[in-house]
Ligand binder design. Structure first.
Ligand code: DGT
Ligand code: CA
Ligand code: CA
Ligand code: ZN
Length: 587
């Protein structure tokens, strides 16, 4: 364990002792020890090796062993036991601004409070205000703290985080002191949700850059303001970190803070195996003491991630694949650089999208408006798939209305009103027993179908899996819609064995969609790589309920990239004739 982490443990111990009402001298020994360690200039490893820890003023005998154990093993039984002896609710309460160990203990002793919920109730009942040493003001502050904490704990949709990040990045790049600026972290890796934003800037004059960053209008709270790192919080709870580094360090910092942690671990191991230690600061020869390092130092100039990857014998790994899921092995550079991993899909490769709704069911736009928007996005075709009748709350279509809609789409295509070709589809409900909501003849009359579950979400896994597979095996099924029903940050996926579903889809030449609605994004990218290798076809389906919703296809492209799906296996990359052929061959 490194010094910073050990300092944190010592501080934790002090707080835990406070919570337990331990002797103040003992408490102070830990908090003072933490401060001494924090400000110590010597390398901790050296101090320990030379046995000097005990002679440092402020580090008492009780601490020497503990620091040493933490340094060597990363673990401390005393600390583990201490944590376990305190109710987790009490530790959680410490995260509320203004509540330290002493106050939490008092709340516990006087009112028996052991959880955040109980604390909130006690505040609402005025019990906290009545307590000596608290009062009305601090009661209100605690309540605000509880409310904020819930908001801050939340992750944020990638789509929304990107909206916050874009003007910040633009602002940073327009500052005269800024040489380079990039967004890093999960946003850059195109994760479906984002915890916080991370920006990396190259500049020789960090102060004005930091001042601009913490001074933005949208900033609600500045939680750190330094020369190397600043952190802010925006309304809605999203937080952002900015790190400013010298230009020579930029590629390393960008790579490090793009992550993921797991990817970084793999990269460090690869570097070590080649005699280098890699960090956010740079790359330096390692293992010198063992005398095994044969690489000269000082001749390294790495100014881009590409050069960093190349130095380690890798092709450039796109950020969205850096999840520690075998990407290094996949991107190993071949001896003569001839074997190149095929590029990932881009928005420009998308010729059209499927699964969109119109005013016929619960969409807000007409065929005319939807095709106009599709044209503006540069699409050649547009698939319309309104709901079927079982989705009555969405004004789903019965067989008669579907047949009429097919007619109106045919007339629209023949009218030549739009250069965008419309494919007639349906989002047909998969009924609880796995049968379909419309007559087979109706389904056959359509260009294509998307089968989706919209009811009985709580079926046991085996039943749900059998239900969906039954639908997949139906000869009229072309695509499976949002295969888990999840709503990110709001509703859990229903229980289903997707491995079996994937196998059934491949066996029946059924496409599984990437529902590109930023709140859904299933089938999940974690499953796509293997599924694509086995031959599964995908369609990027914005599930648009308005003209604006078509733009969601970009979020679907993100997931296809993260899943490493080859272009040939993405239906949207085919031209109109190619798509038509796919639909025909299915019949
Ligand atoms: P998030 O914010 O939860 O959506 O996910 P990230 O990946 O953006 O995580 P964040 O903001 O905590 O840190 C950004 C990157 O910095 C992370 O992906 C990898 C790197 N990083 C942060 N802390 C550590 C660490 O303790 N070890 C390693 N190896 N890398 C770290
Ligand atoms: Ca982050
Ligand atoms: Ca961060
Ligand atoms: Zn649906």
């Amino acid at each position: 364990m490194n010094k910073t982490d050990i300092v944190d443990v010592l501080e934790d111990i002090a707080i835990l002792l406070e919570l337990k009402g331990e002797n103040p001298f003992k408490i102070r020994a830990y908090s003072a020890g933490a401060r001494v360690l924090e400000t110590m200039e010597d390398e901790l490893g050296e101090v320990i090796a030379e046995g000097r820890l005990g002679s440092i003023k402020g580090i008492g005998s009780a601490l020497v062993d503990k620091i040493q154990t933490l340094y060597e093993t990363g673990d401390l039984e005393y600390y583990t036991k201490l944590r376990a002896s305190v109710a987790p609710g009490l530790i959680e309460m410490l995260e509320i601004p203004g509540l330290g160990g002493k106050k939490v203990k008092k709340l516990h002793d006087a009112l028996g409070i052991e959880s955040m919920d109980a604390l909130q109730k006690a505040c609402e009942n005025g019990e906290v205000a009545a307590l000596k040493g608290f009062g009305k003001k601090s009661e209100e502050k605690i309540l605000t703290g509880i409310a904020n904490r819930a908001a801050y704990a939340q992750r944020h949709l990638w789509w929304e985080a990107r909206e916050v990040a874009a003007p910040i990045l633009e602002g940073l790049r327009s500052l005269p002191q800024v040489e380079r600026a990039e967004a890093a972290g999960s946003l850059r890796r195109l994760k479906e949700t984002v915890g916080d934003l991370d920006f990396i800037v190259a500049s020789e004059a960090p102060d004005p850059v930091m001042d601009w960053f913490v001074g933005q209008d949208a900033v609600q709270e500045v939680t750190a303001h330094g020369t190397t790192k600043s952190s802010v919080r925006f309304e809605g709870g999203l937080q952002a970190d900015l790190r400013v580094v010298p230009a020579a360090q930029f590629a390393f910092a960008l790579h490090h803070f793009t992550g993921s942690k797991e990817h970084n671990v793999a990269m460090r191991q690869r570097a070590l195996a080649r005699g280098y230690s890699l960090s956010e600061w740079g790359l330096k020869p390692s293992g010198l003491e063992s005398g095994e390092c044969k690489v000269e130092s000082g001749e390294l100039e790495i100014t881009s991630e590409k050069e960093l990857f190349e130095f380690l014998g890798l092709q450039e790994i796109p950020p969205e694949l850096r999840e520690g899921m075998g990407e290094l092995e996949r991107y190993v550079a071949s001896a003569d650089d001839t074997e190149v991993v095929p590029p990932l899909v881009t928005c420009g490769d998308i010729r059209g999208v499927f699964h969109n709704h119109t005013t016929a069911s619960d969409g807000r736009a007409t065929i005319e408006e939807m095709t106009e928007a599709a044209q503006a996005l540069g699409f050649d075709y547009l698939g319309l798939a309104d709901h079927s009748k079982a989705s009555f709350q969405a004004n789903g279509l019965d067989d008669g209305r579907v047949l009429k809609m097919i007619e109106s789409i045919r007339a629209f295509n023949e009218s030549g009103e739009s250069p965008v070709h419309v494919f007639s589809g349906i989002e047909c409900d998969i009924l609880p027993d796995g049968t379909l909501d419309l007559e087979e003849a109706t389904l056959k009359a359509l260009d294509y179908t998307v089968m989706s579950v919209h009811s009985s979400f709580s079926q046991p896994e085996a039943e749900m899996t059998a239900r969906v597979i039954r639908a997949i095996e139906h000869p009229s099924t072309v695509m499976l819609g949002h295969p888990t029903g999840r709503i990110l940050l709001r509703r859990e996926p229903y229980k289903i064995d997707l491995h079996k579903v994937i196998d059934a889809a491949i066996a029946n030449r059924v496409i599984i969609e990437i529902n590109a609605n930023p709140r859904r994004l299933d089938m999940d990218w974690r499953l796509w790589r293997r599924a694509a290798e086995k031959g599964l076809m995908c369609a990027i389906n914005p599930d648009a309920h308005s003209t604006n919703g078509l733009a969601y296809f970009e979020a679907g492209v993100n997931i296809a990239r993260k899943g490493g799906i080859p272009l040939e296996q993405i239906l949207n990359c085919r031209d109109c004739a190619g798509v038509e052929r796919w639909f025909k061959e299915r019949k």
